[in-house]
Design a protein around this ligand. Structure first.
Ligand code: BTN
Length: 257
């Protein structure tokens, strides 16, 4: 595989590799509180002992098999209310990275930023932002991608990995450089103000976009058929039901798989 380490301007130029850590996101946030890291600094690890997922969930990943990293970004140009643009850009970056492989099933972004192959999850993203006034100051962009893992704990609902999809094993370091290049490309697009373009591409790649399908509404514990139409300005998911168009926040709705 081609070494792409020179293909980025800033992401991955400083890279800290830890054999083991509680969570690369927690480590990156600690760095922010104690030092002045340069933008694009990446923390990678072989193993997390307390990997974090969205809204307090856990991220479990077998040691030395997968990509687990956090990138420190400084999107000072983004208003807090536009922060979803960074989620969308990151999801697109991971999408493009995964799309280079010959996958058995279609790749999509399950709102807000899980990467799915068919109905199985192959990657997750956890972005933790620090604000300064109305703007973002720092973002810790945490990414977990299942690469070589063959077996997953039975309680995980629908995990997958590149190995399970392609029947090949991969060396992790060259993949990291490809991922950095993809992340930088999409991040520079938001920095250049191309947020609408990012949103459009993100929506086109959404899992079950424009497809009539069943959804579970968590508050009411009720299932209802509807169609995902896109996202609103704040990144909430817009679902059309027979009698209404409804916007959903994180963990308010999930597809019935
Ligand atoms: C999710 O799907 O809920 C998000 C998972 C994010 C996992 C990654 S692994 C590297 C980084 N460090 C963490 O503790 N979490 C993220």
């Amino acid at each position: 595989m081609i070494d792409q380490s020179k293909n980025t301007l800033f992401i991955g130029k400083v890279a800290i590799h830890l054999k083991t850590v509680d969570s690369t996101n927690a480590y990156a946030k600690e760095m922010l509180s104690k030092s002045s890291p340069i933008e694009g600094t990446v923390i990678t690890t072989d193993q997390q002992t307390a990997g974090r997922g969205q809204l307090g969930s856990k991220w479990q990943s077998e040691a030395c098999q997968n990509i687990m990293l956090s990138v420190l970004l400084r999107p000072k140009f983004l208003l807090a209310q536009q922060q979803f643009a960074l989620n969308a850009a990151t999801a697109l970056a991971v999408y493009d990275f995964l799309n280079q492989f010959e996958l058995k099933k279609p790749l999509s972004i399950k709102w807000p930023n899980d990467l799915y192959i068919g109905k199985e999850k192959i990657a997750g993203i956890l972005i933790e932002n620090q604000l300064r006034g109305k703007y973002l100051d720092w973002s810790v962009v945490g990414i977990g991608i299942n690469v070589n893992q063959e077996k997953f704990p039975s309680h995980l609902p629908n995990p997958s990995s590149l190995f399970l999809q392609t029947e090949k094993k991969y060396e992790i370091p060259p993949l990291l450089f490809q991922l950095y290049a993809s992340l930088e490309r999409h991040y520079l697009r938001i920095k250049a103000g191309r947020v609408n373009e990012i949103r459009k591409e993100y929506v086109e790649k959404l899992f079950q976009i424009d497809t009539f399908a069943p959804y579970l509404m968590h508050a009411e514990q009720k299932e209802e058929y509807g169609t995902i139409e896109g996202i609103d300005l704040f990144g909430r998911l817009l679902v059309r039901f027979k009698d209404r168009l409804q916007a959903f926040d994180l963990k308010e709705i999930s597809p019935v798989l």
